[in-house]
Design a protein around this ligand. Structure first.
Ligand code: NAP
Length: 322
């Protein structure tokens, strides 16, 4: 049988690109420029497998662009950029890369939490601008973490890994909003308090960290009313998806002082960043770095490749998305 013809839409770590090319007929995106919607649609008729990532919008028009692709092997755990219903209607399988980026993303959630709490972005900007006048007791005073409540919205893999760091590393208390309680062993280990009402969680957390998937169900889950329900002087951390937050309401709450700070890794229309945030000092803005360490990026590629390998054998897919 001929090797599967595969399109990898963005540059991957070179180790994984080589491993893919050794087994399959792979087309790489050497220039790493995002493909247009028309290019993606055309690819549906030219390849057996499409390997996209979060910067590609695989909507119904793209999926309708051709009949050859039978597997979309996403590089990443989030899949809200792929129209699953359209893929299913055409009999196209979709896979993702869960688990391998959990620790890296939890590390970035803690990075944002620490940077916001300790005003690290403000301090670095001040120093680089030559504005630092020296140590003084009242300079850039932030918040302690010990004994404070981390409120996780969603309590899956990344939320639990973040809570583990916050609880065992920084002495924080953990509460979470989810649709069902966590396993007893996890709840015990993290002494995590299940809070089945979102508004209730928002009212008691000193730091709210978002960990639900993106998509229609969670769009603007943290809207103006939810932000108003957050504890005065609290912080919002988002490593989930930008669409979960109403950024106009967030900007207003940061400007009014209702929120003490925020830390964001993701935005609704990346790479655009909501303009109203850019001149606010107490928001830390990272460019979607959640999984960006080399070990993790290689592991994500190997995980995507494992799905392609099983597909090529006609075997059960390791990480199907349903
Ligand atoms: P996960 O283990 O599937 O966790 C997601 C959790 O959200 C699940 O426990 C799920 O609970 C819960 N959930 C889903 N919809 C909900 C709703 N409407 N209300 C309350 N809870 C809901 O996924 P993960 O690996 O932790 O990843 C979480 C998300 O992080 C991904 O989807 C992705 O968008 C984002 N992410 C971002 C980066 C980054 O670079 N910043 C990196 C990796 C992932 P149920 O059991 O009730 O479904």
């Amino acid at each position: 049988m001929d090797a599967l013809r595969i399109l990898i839409t963005r540059r991957w770590p070179v180790e994984v690109e080589r491993a893919m090319a050794a087994q399959f007929d792979v087309v790489l995106n050497e220039g790493d420029k995002p493909l247009s919607q028309a290019d993606l649609a055309a690819a549906m008729g030219e390849f057996d497998v499409l390997c996209p990532t979060v910067s590609d919008r695989i909507d119904a028009d793209v999926i309708g662009g051709g009949d050859r692709v039978k597997l979309i092997a996403n590089y990443g755990v989030g899949f809200d950029h792929i129209d699953l219903a359209a893929a299913k209607a055409k009999g196209i399988a979709v896979t993702n890369t869960p688990g391998v980026l959990t620790d890296a993303t939890a590390d970035i959630a803690m990075t944002l939490l620490l940077m916001a709490a300790r005003r690290a972005g403000e301090g670095e900007r001040e120093l680089r601008a030559g504005q630092w006048s020296g140590w003084r007791p009242t300079h850039l005073v932030g918040s302690a973490l010990k004994g404070k409540v981390l409120g996780c919205v969603g309590f899956g893999r990344i939320a639990q890994a973040t809570a583990r760091r916050a609880h065992h590393g920084f002495g924080m208390k953990v509460a979470y909003y989810a649709r069902r309680p966590a396993d007893e062993a996890v709840a015990q280990e993290l002494q995590a308090e299940f809070t089945p009402d979102l508004i209730n969680l928002l009212g008691k957390a000193d730091f709210v960290s978002l960990h639900v998937p993106g998509g229609a169900e969670t769009a603007s889950m943290i809207d103006a009313a939810a932000i108003a329900a957050m504890k005065p002087g609290s912080y919002l951390i988002n490593t989930a998806r930008g669409g979960v937050v109403d950024h106009a309401a967030l900007a207003a709450a940061l400007r009014s002082g209702h929120l003490a700070g925020a830390g964001l890794d993701v935005y609704p229309a990346e790479p655009q960043v909501p303009a109203e945030l850019l001149d606010i000092e107490n928001v830390v803005l990272l460019p979607h770095l959640g999984s960006a360490n080399s070990e993790t990026r290689i592991a994500m590629g190997m995980c995507a490749m494992a799905n392609v390998e099983e597909f090529a054998k006609g075997a059960e897919l390791p990480n199907p998305v349903t």
